[in-house]
Design a protein. Structure first.
Length: 240
């Protein structure tokens, strides 16, 4: 039984190594996810800026259409003005022309504002394109580095998993099943050292007779408080 308990302790050490490797792999995966998120945010900013440019361009086009309509109205009114014979009609048409010219001036001013805004937005678009390009290059290098680390971790996980399988194979199925159940219940720690009359898992005192039984090593003993499997590691066993 002592040998089996030693192997069970070794099994836990392997599982803890695998747990640590998996946690590191998950953390690196999260970093890759954050890189992808940063790039997606940059792409969205650029897409939003391009949509804004398109919207302003559409508004500018509408203003230019209205300007062309008003210019056409003035041209027709000026032609009609030549054929007017009454003072009243002349004044009415002249007023229409004057009003249209004021509107044209306003439209031209608005168009100039849109042109200036488009120039500004296109400058911002260029900056965003440069930023995205630089980000893509940096993220590509970072992602490659992280993926390399993950590949190394996966190799380590595979090696430890292979060793674990061989270790578990040498243990009775009932013992490994109990161990795995305790691992689930006790946050990954199913086997703990007993030392100086105490369980190092929960730091509670073990009844003296139970503690003495550990030195015989002929049965599986659990802590009466935290229910983890108790083992004596070499130094403690020699002291006994």
């Amino acid at each position: 039984m002592r040998q089996k308990l030693t192997m069970l302790d070794e099994l836990q050490e392997i599982d803890l190594k695998v747990d640590a490797l998996l946690a590191e792999k998950e953390a690196l995966g999260a970093q890759i996810g954050q890189l992808d998120l940063s790039l997606a945010e940059a792409s969205q900013k650029l897409a939003d800026k391009r949509a804004e440019i398109e919207a302003v361009g559409t508004e500018k086009g509408a203003l230019e259409e209205n300007l062309a309509i008003e210019q056409g109205n003035i041209a027709r009114s000026e032609v009609n003005l030549k054929g007017i014979t009454t003072q009243k009609e002349y004044l009415a048409v002249s007023k229409e022309i004057s009003t249209a010219k004021k509107l044209i001036a306003e439209l031209e001013e608005q168009i100039l504002q849109k042109i200036a805004l488009l120039e500004q937005l296109k400058g911002e678009e260029g900056q965003l394109e440069e930023q995205q390009s630089a980000l893509e290059q940096n993220l590509s290098a970072s992602r490659e580095e992280l993926q390399g680390k993950i590949a190394g971790l996966e190799t380590g996980i595979a090696a430890e998993t292979s060793v674990r399988a061989e270790t578990a194979k040498a243990l009775p199925p009932a013992m490994t099943k109990r161990y795995e159940r305790l691992r689930e219940q006790r946050r990954g720690i199913a086997v703990v050292e007993a030392r100086d009359g105490s369980c190092l898992g929960c730091n509670m005192s073990i009844p003296p007779q139970l503690y003495n039984n550990l030195f015989r090593g002929d049965e599986l003993i659990t802590c009466p408080h935290c229910h983890r499997i108790l083992v004596l590691r070499p130094a403690a066993a020699q002291e006994g």
